[in-house]
Design a binder for this molecule. Structure first.
Ligand SMILES: [Zn+2]
Ligand SMILES: [Zn+2]
Length: 130
């Protein structure tokens, strides 16, 4: 396991990188799996093929609990999808609610999926905060 910020090897179980002091798992510069440098917006490491879970620097992580509860209570209005940035899906939910009255069920299911971790990213691919 390697530091994603500086690329140095980190001790398994360590909470912070001893080389740069950054929390293990933070940073977007190096592959956590093999320690090779990765392109800023790469989805996979070109060296080892391992998926790179890039959280853009300064990205706002949306709250999983907020998104889940919004889906359960206001899902028919697509509020949780507006919150997460899935605007197209949110509008579809409003239309379904207004025309067929079924958007709320869809929203409720998505709210539960968010709370269970089945939906764990926002529209920008940023993982939701716990
Ligand atoms: Zn480091
Ligand atoms: Zn790699």
């Amino acid at each position: 396991m390697y530091c994603k910020n500086c690329g140095k090897e980190v001790t398994p179980g360590a909470a912070v990188c001893l080389s740069c002091g950054v929390k293990v798992g933070d940073g977007t510069n190096y592959c956590q799996n093999c320690g090779s440098q990765i392109a800023p917006n790469a989805a996979v490491c070109v060296n080892c093929g391992c998926a790179v879970n890039n959280v853009p620097a300064g990205a706002e992580r949306k709250s999983k609990l907020t998104a889940g509860l919004l889906g359960i209570f206001l899902g028919g209005l697509g509020v949780h999808n507006f919150y997460l940035g899935y605007t197209g899906k949110a509008i579809a939910q409003i239309v379904l609610s207004l025309c067929f009255g079924v958007g709320a069920i869809w929203g409720l299911i998505e709210g539960i999926m968010i709370l269970c971790g089945k939906i764990d990213k926002d529209a920008n691919g940023v993982p939701l905060a716990q």
